[in-house]
Design a protein around this ligand. Structure first.
Ligand code: ADP
Ligand code: MG
Length: 239
């Protein structure tokens, strides 16, 4: 899948939250999106998922302006996982089956998706209230996978998890990517961005400052603001 952000802006409450961003996600890799808080990272993911729409510019999916694509279909193909596990009351199985069953699918193989995120069948009938943070986040990913997405958008999916759960999710992301799912991952964890990214986008004050191979960005950032960011010296980062 190819996602082209064609000079998109998002203007709200008298200011630009994203400004004239051009980027084409076209290779089946892991894209990590970094930048100080308030840079517009979550806004970028919401725009791609069409939870909001650009106020200027347009987004093209495989060459088609996305306003011309059925939004339900778009969100199936481009799944989104949030910082907090996004589950509703009920069992793990019910959560995984919801998307496909809303589309009228029968005989949904919930276990297949559960195993895809490394959880055993014992979890199928568990109440989601009894899951740990890491397990709940994995079930959130399983829920997204049940829609057979081609792209996964992940917004700081490990920020509230312990190191063990974090590394399980990172391995899972890498495996899903090897199996063909393009990943766009927002993270404030630079080590994570470096560990699992193939490409890295650096956003600052709503602008895309650099977008390059991950190792190049970290080894040899081009712009001054990128260097300051990587050195932890941007004033926005000092709170
Ligand atoms: N719905 C909204 N209405 C008004 N301002 C918003 C809205 N969403 C985000 N913002 C503002 O836009 C900026 C970027 O937000 P966000 O995309 O969440 O940044 P990030 O994810 O990089 O921390 C922030 O200053 C935030 O306060
Ligand atoms: Mg955010």
């Amino acid at each position: 899948m190819e996602i082209e952000l064609k000079n998109i802006s998002y203007f709200r409450d008298g200011k630009y939250i994203l400004k004239n961003v051009y980027f084409k996600f076209e290779k089946n890799g892991i894209y990590t999106v970094v930048g100080p808080s308030g840079a517009g990272k979550s806004t970028m993911l919401k725009l791609i998922n069409r939870l909001i729409e650009p106020t200027e510019g347009a987004i093209f999916i495989n060459g088609v302006e996305y306003k011309n694509i059925d939004v339900i279909l778009l969100r199936r193909k481009i799944g989104m996982v949030f910082q907090r596990p996004f589950l509703f009351e009920g069992t793990v199985k019910e959560n995984i089956e919801l998307g496909p069953s809303l589309r009228g699918e029968k005989n949904i193989d919930a276990l297949f998706y559960l195993e895809a995120v490394g959880l055993s069948k014992d979890y199928l009938f568990k109440d989601v209230n009894n899951l740990s943070g890491g397990e709940a986040q994995r079930v959130s990913i399983a829920r997204a996978l049940a829609n057979s997405p081609e792209v996964l958008l992940l917004d700081e999916p490990t920020s509230s998890l312990d190191p063990t759960s974090t590394s399980i999710i990172e391995e899972l992301i890498k495996r899903l990517n090897r199996e063909g799912i393009m990943v766009i991952l927002v993270t404030h964890n630079m080590e994570q961005a470096k560990r699992i990214g193939d490409y890295t986008l650096f956003l600052y004050k709503g602008e895309l400052i650099e977008a390059r191979k991950t190792w190049e960005f970290f080894e040899n950032p081009i712009s001054e603001v990128s260097k300051l960011f990587l050195e932890g010296k941007l004033k926005e980062m000092i709170e």
